[in-house]
Write a protein that binds this ligand. Sequence first.
Ligand SMILES: Cc1ncc(COP(=O)(O)O)c(C=O)c1O
Length: 414
Amino acid sequence: MNIHPLLAGRTGGLKPSPIRKLNPLMRMPGMISLGGGYPNAQTFAFESLDVVFKSGRNFEIRDKAMDLACQYGPTGAHADLKPHIIKWHAAKDGVELKDEQIQVLNGAQEGLHTMAYLFLDQNDSVALSEPAYPGALGAFRAFTERFIPVPLDAQGMITAELERILGKRKTRGESLPKFIYEVPNGHNPAGVSLSLERRSHLLQIASRYDLLILEDDPYQLVQLEERDLLPTLQSLDREGRVVRLDSFSKIFAPGLRLGYASGPVEIIGYFQLYKQGANLHTSAMDQALLTGFFANHTDEEFRALIRENCRIYRRNRDAVVAAARKHLPDDVRYHVPAEGMFLWFEMPAGFDADRMVESDGLDLGVLLVPGSGFSTTAGLKNYMRASFSMIAPEQVEEGMIRFARMIERERKRR
Ligand SMILES: Cc1ncc(COP(=O)(O)O)c(C=O)c1O
């Protein structure tokens, strides 16, 4: 597809850094480099690092590997990490990425911001399912306040509704969104996943209206049931419309801030140009830690460890759902998630979750996130998001009892 009509005005101004361009040449054997202002590796503070993983495997970063982990590196990815990502991605999603199709990021969050930077001018809009991840809304809002919210149900975004909305806009001569933002698995906050049928439909719609799709998929492997993964939007895409964000936050360690964007070479090229200006590259030390993990575990072992970790989430989900069934009134509705970390509670119309948390959260000692933060218009007032990822099993019952009290207080206030 031709992405040029979709790019934001500012994106045309991105130019490659004259120094970064030399980076691959500087690393060539035999090259005497008086280029790049890199500090001398002899001056770095680190001698070696012993890393022991919970799996029992260990490895050491030292000598040349330590120099690389401490030194400035390529913008796209740490050279040793890239082959691992390519293999991981192919095994996981069945998509073979070329070198130029990968941009390592400071978490998927950086990808949300970058996509917005590259494509959104002030009058542009983004179509997304509502409720929406507030971190995405925040990233997009830095560039535009215009959203095209699409409702979702237990099967994810109601794509027939998206089709209807876009058809109407086209007929009226109104502008179309620059891209469709979707969290296809373990949606934050709704906890639903997009059905296979709707995945195909979403791609058909993007094709018909010539739009990009931003597939943000940090919960893909946070599976709470034994079932096969659904194909990613990227794997179903035949026209180069999908920019996909993978994250290592929920499956490795969020504090390392590691994720990657993958997609059409041209778009990933723009991601790289943007990153050169924003932060040069993702921490080489963090990339070295992930490289060490990949080097010491097969992809299947990594997947098995993730599945094992998901038992914690499954146990927590089951406990929270059981307590919700026991303590919450029947007019509070929710979907039992098969993926991700969230339960999305719908309370009766007229309930005001912000008021509930403000008035009673501290007093009752229970915290949930009010729905308005997940809305493009500060709506969704009668919704609350509960995360079950961190709750201690012994707190679950009491947590739901307190939430039930909060609901009763609000019922009286109404
Ligand atoms: C839907 C969604 N996208 C992106 C992110 C950010 O992920 P990362 O830690 O990789 O930046 C989150 C984090 O909670 C999320 O829920």
